[in-house]
Design a protein around this ligand. Sequence first.
Ligand code: IPE
Ligand code: IPE
Ligand code: MG
Length: 248
Amino acid sequence: MTTPESAPPEWKPAPEQLPRHVAIIMDGNGRWATARGLPRLHGHRAGTDNVREILKASVEFGIQYLTIYAFSTENWTRPADEVNGLFEIMAEVIRDETEDLHRNGVCVRHIGRSEGLPASLADAISAATALTHDNRRITLNVAFNYGGRAELVDAVRRIIRDQIRADDVTEELVSRYLYTGGQPDPDLIIRTAGEMRLSNFLIWQAAYAEYYSTSTYWPDFGRPELREALFAYAGRKRKFGSVLNGTC
Ligand code: IPE
Ligand code: IPE
Ligand code: MG
C-alpha cells in the first residue's frame, strides 16, 4: 500500500507518531512581502504574528518542544534598516505576548547570543524567559542571534573554562553544554519557502532529524500546513543507522 501524499481529512497524529521536538526555519517573509508589493518589513511583521498560530496548533497537537529560527548570526549582514526594524517588531511582540504565553503554560527559552542585541529586545527576552521559567506545557525555544557554529564555539569555551578533562568529553557532555542542553534533539525540522539547507541551524542537534521542506512562505504556513508536515513525518521510517526488523 502506498502512503497518500497529503493527509486524509480524518487523519490525526497518534501520540507515538508525533515528533516530541519540532524545529522550524521560518523562511520567506521577504518574498511573501515582495509578492504583494510590500516592503520586506511587512513580511517580518506577518511572519512574527504567525508564530502565535503555530504555537497554539503545536500545543493542540501535543508537541512538547518547538524551536523557531528567528534571526541567524549571518542575518546581521542585512541592511541596517531591516535588522533594526526586525528587532523592534520582535521586542514589541515578545512584550505584548509574555503574559499570555505565561497563562498558557509556555516556557520561553532564548537560544543564541545576547551580545549585540539592543537593550529593549534583550530586556523583553529576559523578562519573558524569567517569568515563564517553570512552565511545562510546551517549551518554546526562540533562536535569535543564533548560529550553530557559534553555539559549538560557546560550548567549547565553557567546557575549557570548566576545566573538563579531555577524556571526559563525550557526545553527551557536548550536548549538555549547548544552548539546548537538557532538551531532546529535534525529531522534525521544517523549512518554509522551499530552500533545501540548514543555514547554520541546530547543526549538532539535527544529526538524526527528519527534514521537511515546503514552498509555502512562512507567513502563510498555518495549522493545515503544520498538519501536513506532521503527516509526512508520521510516514517516515527512522533507522538511526540500524536495520529495521522485517525489512531488507
Ligand atoms: C526569514 O525570512 C526571516 C529572517 C531570516 C529574519 P527572510 O527575510 O529570509 O525571507 P526571504 O528569504 O528573503 O524571502
Ligand atoms: C535562515 O534564513 C535564518 C532564519 C530563518 C532566521 P535565511 O534567509 O537567513 O537563510 P539563507 O540566507 O537563505 O540561507
Ligand atoms: Mg530567507
